[in-house]
Design a protein around this ligand. Structure first.
Ligand SMILES: *Cc1c(COP(=O)(O)O)cnc(C)c1O
Length: 380
């Protein structure tokens, strides 16, 4: 093992170091490592003749957001704008960029609520929406006339993967902007901006904050002017995160590298244990060499995360599995410390009834594998 004790030639520290240190407070004697949340609506204004203070009203910005935006922006390699949820990030982005008559390209298998938002709330603009499965094929001309292409890779819940660099090149040739929903990967798993996308958008409710106690989202962009437009749109719309939520997420971010490492190790062990199991079909994890998405994932992803998808024979089998398992809880989120499982069809997601997304948590690998295989054995 090679251990480097200093930043690389480009000045980058390793993932763990950046997670621990990004956006932390300056070293001030008597001050905390991570400044606490600043909870205020108005701030004191500057007096006559004094330069205006950066903060004057909480809807426009505050030091707690900026600390976390600095941290996530550093990990994403761009300018980060924080939102109160992943959907607030996506909806503000789409409302800012799309105008009546525009064409939007969306994954047909992407996050269900994003597709619902487009159909229910943006349709009135008279958008042309082209839906393409993440795994493709991405037909010739699919980006023609498009204003925005929203990719999602790995897709939730199917865990298919698309080639961000290749699709971004084609979309840019057609004059479209490219956004990637990077929720499942997190910036430690994949860097859409360095792969050629214009925009990386994510729900930080999942692995990034990681403790199942906060909703948050963000948009990161390479173009600082677009970041300013997003900030202004956030201030106008008023869809803003709470400082305490931002602080909790920043606190959680410190262990992202450690958590993802354990989650990926657990997912790899679960994949091995579930492969060929008689009750399990359609097992997917992009980290597995035999997974249909592995080759594309290995080319663009830095690590594969802890989320697996598979199908159990029936709704009753899923219920029985959950009743039997002592470690896996039913929850419609993923990426947290606790292993959890979500049967997606219960929310109207158009997938098979028994399809589940299993999020491997940070439990000990042997405990989790033993618990899951035990619960599956009880189904037989
Ligand atoms: C959860 C999720 C969202 C929405 O995020 P919220 O924080 O729940 O609003 C968007 N995209 C993907 C891929 C998600 O998994």
């Amino acid at each position: 093992m090679v251990v480097t004790a200093s930043p690389d030639a480009a000045g980058h520290w390793g993932d763990g170091t950046r997670c621990v240190h990004s956006g932390q407070a300056d070293r001030v004697a008597g001050g905390p490592f991570l400044a606490g949340p600043v909870i205020a609506a108005p701030y004191h204004l500057a007096g006559p003749g004094e330069p205006p203070a950066q903060d004057f009203y909480g809807r426009g910005g505050n030091p707690t957001w900026r600390a976390l935006e600095d941290a996530i922006g550093e990990l994403d390699g761009g300018h980060c704008v924080l939102f109160p949820s992943g959907m607030a990030a996506i909806s503000t982005l789409l409302r800012l960029l799309l105008r009546a008559g525009d064409t939007l390209v969306l994954p047909s298998d992407g996050y269900f609520v994003a597709r619902q938002f487009v159909a229910a709330d943006l349709a009135a603009l008279g958008l042309t929406v082209r839906e393409v499965p993440t795994a493709g094929p991405w037909p010739e001309g699919v980006f023609d006339g498009a204003r925005l292409v929203l990719l999602e890779t790995p897709s939730n819940p199917g865990l298919d993967v698309c080639d961000i660099a290749a699709l971004a090149e084609r979309a840019h040739e057609a004059g479209a902007l490219v956004a990637v929903d990077n929720t499942t990967a997190t910036p430690l798993g994949q860097l859409p901006l360095s792969l050629g996308a214009d925009i990386s958008v994510a729900s930080d409710t999942k692995a990034l904050a990681g403790h199942s106690d906060v909703l948050l989202g963000h948009v990161s962009v390479a173009d600082s002017a677009l970041a300013e437009e997003l900030r202004a749109a956030r201030t106008r719309a008023g869809s803003i995160p709470g400082p305490f939520e931002a602080w909790l997420a920043h606190r959680g971010l410190g262990t992202l590298d450690l958590r993802l490492a354990r989650q990926a190790a657990n997912a790899a062990a679960l994949h091995e244990a579930l492969s060929g199991h008689p009750a399990v079909t359609g097992l997917r994890w992009p980290g597995a060499a035999e997974d249909p998405a592995h080759e594309a994932a290995a080319r663009q992803m830095r690590r594969f995360g802890g989320v697996l998808t598979f199908e159990l024979p029936s709704v009753a089998a899923v219920d029985a599995f959950l009743a039997e398992s002592r470690l896996v809880v039913a929850a419609t989120s993923f990426g947290g410390l606790h292993s959890s499982l979500d049967r997606r069809a219960q929310w109207g997601d158009p997938v098979p009834e028994g399809l589940v997304r299993l999020s491997a948590g940070c439990e000990d690998t042997a405990d989790l594998v033993g618990d899951v295989t035990g619960a599956l054995a009880a189904l037989a």
